[in-house]
Design a protein around this ligand. Structure first.
Ligand SMILES: Nc1ncnc2c1ncn2[C@@H]1O[C@H](COP(=O)(O)OP(=O)(O)OP(=O)(O)O)[C@@H](O)[C@H]1O
Length: 703
């Protein structure tokens, strides 16, 4: 008796074709399965299914395929296709039966024998180089495309090597510098009964060659980093050592520009030890670059100028908005760092993960909330800072003798200073982000009761207090039009303030463009999805129409027009534009008469706050961005953010998406809910990305 019904590789490939034709599998995934069959002449359907699934998983942001979870969810595979004909139905039945009999052990033993797979669970490092890699444990095996496994290995080695030993900081000098750098410690500026987490996080990151400072919006991540840099440079000065060569970077141009502005502001106002003040102020860099530029991206290749063979000249690299860094970029960064260089990651662990595969910061910060500090770490923190890392709820030490090495170098900031004047946003973000999913009614109640929060839903609109209020009750569609017209009115009116000197006065043009960008940053509409009535594409068309009707944009169907905001969707090295950069099309013609032809240029704000002008015809990968996906908005901040959820359920509706959308706002936030029923599911769904980093960097879990 055969163990499985007759279900061979040919039948499996036909099934994958069925999936692909019905849009349930990418052509790329099917092609890879076919390629592997051709290369290995295999007849094993299990291998080919695994190849298609691991390739599909990578496309969905997973670093690997978690075989145990896939097997637990086998029903989803079995129901993937609604058969359209008898042949499909037979294949499907055969597949269901075959999958029914599959066990994890059988799957593992089949894969471990495959010539396409290196089984690196076997002892020793000398596994053959094959297209796929089997890793993880027997209970929780993980299947990788080889390059993702290599990225994880590089990350693991790069971090663990930096965490091996705590550095021996000179205690008296450190305490002396900390006193000057953290003048508010123990003062009324901190919430009562809470330790100074900024000070604790600062010293934890200073104590190792790798450190993480995580925290929600406005919790003082930038402030803490500046103090950390001042501490480290101060120690160098006090010990008569050369100053550290420090580089600051962020994943996108937008995030780099924001950090640039915030660092420059902060460095000049940061209290510094009097005796070292001048030297220290000069020793903290304020120039922030993108990771691509830092590593020396090269046009049309995945390679960077800096790598292990030609490392980056730096003693310390700080990466802000690290939640946006995918597994490949993190591996490349670690590869390019000299082995002795420090790396500090800054970011909000609760934000959406990177667009590309991986959720590196989230994986590294799994234990951050509960601290998990060993007794040695707790003692050291208390001795150096005079602060105790206490659980805010219980008031007990966040002590754990099993705490992982990374926990000893991770600090989480817990108090937001940003929302002191706009508490609604902080409260809403915290409610959405709670360990227990918040109830939709609680979230709606907050949205509809705070001055700086708003909610538009069928038959009920609550507007944020500072927003122009409609004069009559509006349907959801009308309310949405009111929202976008009033939201975008400010920057579109700024277009009329163009200097009359036109291109003869580049400085005046630059100031004008900066004013347009400043006005543009006051409002941004975000959407959860791209397709559908409430998806980015349809919303962009609709918003343009509404703005034309309101007389704020020129009528017509032309692709380029003054006021068109565009988002760059692919790195363009020749134009020095990065995926995620935002430009605004401006008419530079100084003569406002209608018969003058427009002189359209697209303005981009650079990382230093200057303006670069690019001709529209040179922009190949740019799309209108009146509405932007939440993913693309990461690293940006707007005074008033409005988030539109779709009217249909879908896997993208997660708590992380809602949290990320809310925390893009600095002042006002409005939620647009065409289907309020979806709020409950959105609050309950979590982003789960398979990766091998989680078990490596968390405390051992009891069996
Ligand atoms: N210890 C503190 N005492 C008083 N104000 C503080 C403190 N730390 C930070 N702030 C203020 O809070 C605001 C936010 O700080 P900061 O920009 O450092 O936070 P962040 O976490 O980097 O913010 P973002 O979410 O934008 O990345 C700033 O105005 C800063 O001056």
């Amino acid at each position: 008796m055969t163990r499985f019904p007759v279900f061979d590789a040919t039948l499996l490939l036909q099934l994958l074709e069925d999936w692909q034709q019905s849009g349930r599998l990418r052509a790329l995934d099917l092609a890879l399965a076919r390629f592997i069959r051709q290369q290995t002449a295999t007849d094993d359907p299990l291998l080919l299914l695994s190849v298609a699934l691991v390739s599909e998983a990578a496309g969905q942001g997973h670093v690997c395929l978690d075989l145990h979870t896939s097997l637990q969810q086998r029903q989803q595979l079995q129901q993937r296709l609604q058969p359209a004909n008898t042949a499909q139905q037979q294949r499907q039945q055969c597949f269901v039966q075959w999958l029914q009999g599959l066990t994890l052990e059988a799957w593992l033993s089949s894969l471990s024998l495959s010539p396409a797979i290196s089984d690196c669970r076997a002892a020793g490092d000398a596994w053959p180089e094959r297209p796929l890699v089997l890793s993880g444990s027997n209970h929780s095996p993980l299947l990788y495309l080889r390059r993702y496994h290599q990225h994880e290995q590089q990350i693991q080695q790069g971090i663990l090597q930096r965490l091996q030993q705590p550095l021996a900081l000179p205690e008296a000098a450190t305490q002396h510098l900390l006193q000057a750098l953290f003048p508010e410690s123990g003062s009324a500026r901190l919430p009562t009964d809470q330790p100074d987490w900024q000070k604790i996080s600062c010293v934890l990151a200073a104590r190792h060659n790798f450190g993480i400072i995580t925290g929600g919006p406005g919790t003082g991540k930038t402030t803490t980093v500046i103090r950390l840099l001042a501490l480290l440079q101060g120690l160098q000065l006090l010990q008569q050592q050369p100053l550290l060569q420090i580089r600051l970077a962020a994943p996108t141009g937008k995030a780099a520009a924001r950090l640039n502005a915030s660092i420059s502001r902060n460095v000049s106002s940061q209290p510094l030890p009097a005796a070292l003040e001048q030297q220290l102020r000069a020793a903290i860099p304020t120039q922030v670059t993108t990771l691509h530029r830092l590593l020396g991206s090269q046009a049309n290749t995945r390679h960077f100028r800096h790598h292990a063979g030609h490392p980056l000249p730096a003693d310390l690299v700080v990466v802000d908005e690290a939640s946006m860094v995918d597994v490949e970029m993190m591996a490349r960064l670690l590869d390019a760092l000299p082995p002795t260089a420090r790396l500090i990651l800054i970011g909000d662990k609760d934000q959406l993960a990177s667009v590309e595969a991986g959720s590196v910061l989230g994986d590294l910060c799994q234990d951050a909330l509960a601290g998990h500090y060993t007794a040695d770490t707790c003692d050291w923190i208390q001795r150096i800072t005079g602060e105790a890392p206490l659980d805010p709820q219980t008031g007990r030490l966040l002590l754990d003798e099993q705490g992982s090495a990374i926990s000893q170098a991770t600090g989480m900031l817990r108090h937001s200073y940003r929302f002191a004047n706009h508490p609604g946003i902080g409260q809403l973000a915290a409610t959405v982000n709670r360990t227990q999913p918040a109830a939709a009614t609680e979230v709606l109640q907050l949205l509809e009761s705070r001055d700086n929060l708003g909610c538009l839903r069928p038959e009920k609109n609550h507007w944020t207090r500072s927003f122009p209020q409609p004069t009559r009750p509006l349907t959801l569609q009308q309310a949405f039009h009111h929202l976008v017209v009033e939201g975008y009115r400010g920057y579109l009116q700024q277009l009329n303030q163009r200097p009359t000197t036109g291109q003869d006065d580049p400085e005046a043009l630059q100031h004008w463009a900066q004013a347009v960008f400043a006005a543009h940053a006051r409002f941004q509409l975000l959407a959860a999805v791209r397709q559908g009535d409430w998806g980015v594409e349809q919303l962009n068309r609709e918003i343009r129409k509404a703005l034309v009707t309101a007389g704020l944009l020129p009528a017509g169907n032309q692709q380029w027009y003054a006021g068109r905001p565009v988002l760059i969707t692919r790195n363009d090295y020749s134009l020095k534009l990065m995926n995620g950069d935002i430009g605004i099309c401006l008419d530079l013609c100084s003569d406002a008469s209608p018969d003058q032809p427009a002189q359209l240029w697209v303005a981009f704000a650079d990382e230093q706050g200057g303006i670069r002008w690019i001709l529209p015809s040179r922009l190949q990968d740019a799309e209108t961005v009146f509405a932007m996906t939440v993913h693309k908005s990461q690293g940006s901040e707007f005074e008033h953010t409005a988030l539109v959820l779709p009217d249909q359920p879908g896997p993208v509706l997660t708590r992380e998406l809602l949290y990320t959308g809310i925390t893009r706002s600095s002042k006002d936030f409005t939620l647009v809910l065409p289907n309020p029923e979806l709020l409950t599911g959105t609050l309950q769904n979590r982003v789960e990305r398979a990766s091998g980093l989680q078990p490596l960097f968390s405390r051992p879990k009891p069996d």
